[in-house]
Design a protein around this ligand. Structure first.
Ligand SMILES: NC(=O)c1ccc[n+]([C@@H]2O[C@H](COP(=O)([O-])OP(=O)(O)OC[C@H]3O[C@@H](n4cnc5c(N)ncnc54)[C@H](OP(=O)(O)O)[C@@H]3O)[C@@H](O)[C@H]2O)c1
Length: 354
């Protein structure tokens, strides 16, 4: 069945209604060497919201603050109908150790800065952006809860953190009556599926909606790269696209191109674009609430929104799953073995909780 941007989904263990595709605003601004100038970014925003899209993703430091500033400007006039998500923890001022990190001083200063840049008096969803491996979790949770009580933040969430820490945080938040984490934002796509080991099952168990970022592996799953691009390493730097960044990040590899080939085959069978198939794979995963789409141009965004209409057959899903499958490793392999199942269930068939 075709979805639409106004077929809203509930975000994790909350009543917040969000579109099934979020709009990534990391392309608002060109300070990172790729992205959209202001007028193009405005078109991306208008195209997305014009179809009922309400879930927009940014971060305090995206494109040096341009992303939040543009988003705030575009959202003016219709602020209330949007779910604006932003993030804290990345360093805002080089050389100032407290201008980044997960601690209370960084949290409060970053939120004040985001409120100013966005030109709003509240943030709908605030993510901890990157785990800093130093701040006690109680300090983070209590600080987040204080911001919620002050009305500056409505919901809190987390990104780029180990599963065991997130589940510990959620348990502490529950026991103390602090605001729970309602979303987990992770890199998740047909090329990067590590989240299937622990992060995604943890999120389902603990009530966090899964919000995948880089759903097209930085553009690799659109099928626009070839094996030649693996060697033409730096030719693209400064051309306004993500190519050199994808190479530097290790996203553009022989393995990812082989997965993109399978996506292209399925796309050809459906008469759809590879980008739509790559996104449809994430979108139809029952654990996923809303992939965050990245688009630099209105044409890319229109293409990506077409994923809402794509129905994959069971056979096509199985081929896509097989192309990027990972070894889940211990203890998942032993827990799935017949021997262990027999020991724990007495040989009865018991369906896992969904
Ligand atoms: N929490 C985090 O740490 C984190 C990290 C990364 C991203 N994010 C969020 O997730 C959003 C999306 O991430 P992402 O930008 O990595 O997503 P992505 O969709 O994997 O990659 C986006 C890039 O793919 C290319 N692309 C997208 N659609 C295309 C199409 N239809 N045809 C051809 N090329 C296409 C464009 O590359 P070119 O520019 O080369 O054309 C675009 O810049 C970001 O905006 C941000 O909000 C969060």
């Amino acid at each position: 069945m075709a979805l639409t941007l106004d077929t809203y989904r509930l975000l994790g263990r909350s009543g917040l209604r969000v579109s099934p595709l979020a709009l990534g605003a990391a392309t608002f601004g060109t300070e990172w060497g790729w992205g959209a100038e202001r007028d193009e970014a405005r078109k991306l925003f208008d195209l997305y919201t014009g179809q009922g899209g309400n879930f927009i993703d940014t971060a305090n430091t995206y494109t040096g603050g341009s992303s939040e500033r543009m988003l705030g400007e575009f959202a003016r006039g219709d602020r209330e109908s949007l779910v604006l998500a932003t993030k804290y923890t990345t360093l805002r001022r080089p050389g100032d150790p407290n201008s980044g990190g997960a601690h209370r001083k960084s949290l409060f200063a970053s939120v004040e800065s985001s409120l100013r840049q966005l030109g709003t008096d509240y943030i709908d969803l605030l993510y901890l952006h990157v785990w800093d491996a130093t701040t006690p979790v109680e300090e983070i949770l209590r600080g987040m809860d204080d911001l919620v009580r002050q009305g500056k933040v409505l919901y809190v969430a987390i990104s780029n953190a180990p599963a065991w820490q997130v589940s510990r945080m959620q348990t502490i938040a529950d026991l103390r009556g602090w605001s729970p984490l309602v979303a987990l934002q992770i890199e998740y796509n047909l090329v990067e599926r590590s989240g299937e080991r622990d992060l995604i099952p943890m999120a389902r168990e603990m009530g966090l909606g899964v919000v995948p970022y880089s759903p097209l592996a930085g553009g690799v799953l659109t099928g626009k790269y070839t094996r030649d691009d693996l060697t033409a390493a730096n030719d693209a730097s400064g051309d306004g696209t993500r190519k050199s960044f994808n190479l530097a990040l290790g996203t553009l590899t022989e393995r990812s191109l082989a997965i993109a080939d399978v996506v292209k085959e399925v796309a050809a069978e459906l008469g759809r674009s590879p980008a739509q198939v790559g996104l449809a794979w994430a979108l139809r995963n029952p654990a996923v609430t809303a992939p965050v789409i990245g688009a630099r141009t209105p044409a890319q965004l229109e293409d990506n929104l077409g994923a809402l209409e794509v129905d994959l057959t069971d056979g096509q899903l199985a081929r896509l799953d097989a192309a990027g499958a990972i070894d889940l490793g211990f203890p998942h392999d032993i827990l799935a073995s017949d021997h262990i199942r027999t020991v724990t269930t007495g040989g009865l068939r018991i369906e896992p909780r969904r």
